[in-house]
Design a protein around this ligand. Structure first.
Ligand SMILES: Nc1ncnc2c1ncn2[C@@H]1O[C@H](COP(=O)(O)OP(=O)(O)OP(=O)(O)O)[C@@H](O)[C@H]1O
Ligand SMILES: [Mg+2]
Length: 311
């Protein structure tokens, strides 16, 4: 007879992806805080550093030289992601360290990514949190698109708002481009719509929809609209210092709805926490973050509103 715990651990884990385009907005900090907030409730959690260029989560968690990294999985030294998980000082939280070496492997990387994604999806844990790198590369966008909780981190600065919107826009076009990968003529229209100055004057998804409807029929146009409907970004404004800072996410929500027909959710703000800034400059591991941290409290509020943890 299987126990409740065994049944639970055989279920697929809930996957979170923490992205946002711009560097330095706090994707890694937010990933660690979410992971700690979940692990603190005794749920088995794995944090994965998918930043293939600038892996640094291990340093933030006080691990100097990772003994195993994603590279060991990709190069088949280990068979599963579970084999390369490293325990951390935080109970119930393990880490999969990133590996810059993967960058040097040839770029289609799609097969590698699929392999990583499949092994992540079969981890015998409750939650997996993917810390995405900066930018809008296919690596980043593809991980974002598989998540149950696709989180976009931004800060209240206008440049970060622009970047977060651009990130969502790029996920939309990546999704459309994957949906139409076998149809060259459709791919051509989608690529052209991505260019803000395109000659067909496609400025919004509705314009693209009309163009596709005319050229390929309503069924295909509706299929693309349906594909967009599956993208549901969740917005977190990090390093907030003022109550009005949550306007940043509201702007993105409105603009993404208007131009891309994407429905996003605002998850609220994480406060700027001097403790965290100090810990990072002094290289103090996050496991020593006190329960009184205001940023951790903000994250716990978000988790409880999402009903991931109860308070
Ligand atoms: N809530 C916060 N309170 C105080 N400081 C913060 C907070 N979040 C992030 N920071 C500061 O911002 C810096 C950048 O954060 P982080 O490394 O998480 O960004 P990132 O988006 O992961 O960057 P990259 O794209 O380079 O990976 C941190 O070193 C820290 O000093
Ligand atoms: Mg980072």
């Amino acid at each position: 007879m299987t126990t409740h715990t065994q049944q639970k651990s055989r279920r697929k884990p809930t996957i979170w992806a923490i992205g946002g385009g711009k560097g330095g907005v706090g994707k890694s900090v937010v990933s660690i805080l979410l992971a700690m907030g979940i692990a603190n409730q005794q749920m088995k959690t794995v944090l994965v550093d998918t930043d293939l260029g600038g892996a640094n989560l291990h340093t933030m968690l006080g691990i100097k030289t990772p003994v195993r990294t994603l590279n060991d999985f990709v190069t088949r030294k280990y068979n599963t992601i579970e084999d390369i998980c490293i325990p951390t000082q935080v109970p119930h939280l393990s880490l999969v360290c990133g590996a810059s070496e993967i960058l040097s492997l040839a770029n289609p990387q799609y097969a590698q990514k699929t392999k990583i994604m499949q092994s992540i999806a079969s981890l015998p844990v409750d939650h997996v949190i993917l810390d995405l790198g900066a930018g809008n590369s296919y690596n980043v966008l593809d991980f974002f698109l598989i998540a149950d909780y696709p989180i976009v981190v931004l800060t209240p600065q206008p440049i970060s708002i622009q970047n977060a919107y651009a990130f969502i826009r790029n996920t939309v076009y990546r999704k459309l481009s994957r949906e139409t990968s076998q149809q060259t003529s459709l791919q051509h229209i989608i690529r052209s719509a991505m260019d803000p100055k395109n000659e067909s004057h496609m400025r919004t998804f509705r314009d693209l929809y009309q163009t596709v409807r005319k050229s390929h029929g309503v069924k295909i146009a509706n299929h693309l609209a349906g594909a967009i409907g599956t993208i549901k970004p969740m917005l977190i404004t990090n390093m907030a210092k003022d109550e009005r800072d949550d306007n940043a996410a509201r702007i993105i929500k409105l603009v993404a709805e208007k131009y891309l027909t994407v429905q996003s959710t605002e998850l609220g703000t994480i406060e700027y926490d001097l403790l965290i800034d100090k810990m990072i400059s002094q290289m103090t591991p996050f496991s020593e973050l006190s329960q009184g941290s205001i940023a951790l409290s903000s994250v716990e509020r978000i988790l409880s509103e999402l009903r991931i943890v109860s308070h």
